[in-house]
Ligand binder design. Sequence first.
Ligand code: SF4
Length: 475
Amino acid sequence: MPAKVISPIEVYKYLPKTNCKECGEPNCMAFAVKLVNREIELNKCTPLLKEEYKEAYRKLWEMLKPPVKEVEIGVGDKRVKIGGKYVIHRHELTYNNPTAIAIDISDDMSEEEILRRIKKVQEFRFTYIGTTLKLDMLALRSVSNDKARFKEMVTFVANNTDLPLILCSFNPTIMEAGLRVVGDRKPLIYAATKENWREFLEFASIYKCPLAVFAPNDLKMLGSLTKTLIENGVSDLVLDPGTVPKGGLANTLNAFTMLRWRAINEGDEALGFPLMGTPITAWMVMDGDPSLKAWWEACIANMLILRFADLLIMHSLDGWSLLPTMILRQNIYNDPRKPVSVTPGLRVFGNPDEYSPVFMTTNFALTFYTVKSDIEAGKVDCYLLVVNSEGIAVECAVAGRKITPESIAEELLKSEVDKKVKHRILVIPGKAARLAGAIEDATKLTWKVVVGPMDSSEIPKFVANEWKRIVQSAQ
Ligand code: SF4
């Protein structure tokens, strides 16, 4: 169980209790319940910001702050927030701040190669269930160990992108050269170690940048370094316990698990910081086929996301190796309490005319986007009626009465699609076949219902082979 379990009553005690509704909630108790569920922010209660409630605000903030601190990297719209975690398991409470993915650029690359990588990171887009998946940041690595070369590379990157940055070097002289160029962009300084922590502590204090702490395979040292840094006034920290791709992966995963466990379940404040992993190490320790390195890097990234990593540094820019990681991240960082859904209503595809088909589906996002993609891929001109099933797929929605003949008829009439088509034929999914007759009854027999394909991939074939005959026979 998490160390801190807070009840709405405890929170309510410190609220103004005026039920003024300025927070958008009907009363203070409703606001307290949302606060405890982390569904609303404390400063939405504007009366709390007044001087007279200063102490109550402080107490609430202390009470509600996450055991894993939220850390910001970068400035402006593109800045990335990592950490801010309240729970170990996703089913306990929605995870927030998805794992950030940084792609590396090293100072032994040519300008042409650097530009190519920046462009790829900036333009990487993939639409998945209505959400656009993107990469987040760049990790600038010194491999030359030459401060002039590192500075030159950092300057070149900074002039060509406003993405948030991680500066990577254990050498204080090199780190300082990079910070002189982009210190005002609040990069993550990677990384303080037992050898260099004094200089890196100073950099984090002077430039007010977040600082990564690196102690491979040594959690005791990691905790000791963070304690020292906190005592010296640096508290925006990110922990790297080391990522060992071969022969030590079990230890890596155990280290991530223990760190998160101790932060959340044991309230160890010295370890209550975001965790970062470096799947890129697969490229450094393996020989041979680059595809195998990219594959192994993706495997490690996926394992680390499942083991609470808040930030990953990766090298591969191939879609086939990045997408599994990004899709896993998306699937984990959504709200398990709410099925992913889209707004019900009528959608138009292509250029439908008065004799184009009217299909029906439910508002479960995965179903909707699959149907949409099949219709678009088949270049079908049609209407699609999306019925509210509370985000449940067709088969389960029918079985669980999340869609009924009456709700379908109501959505159909509300859509006014009868003003757009001359026929009165609704094509329902094969998986809702048993509702056909009852839907016709619910429309008072003003609409005929035809059972369409079991799978939306068959829609183009259905339209090409059967739709004309169905319309003609109905006239
Ligand atoms: S704004 Fe604050 S005082 Fe007003 S109802 Fe909401 S929680 Fe209560």
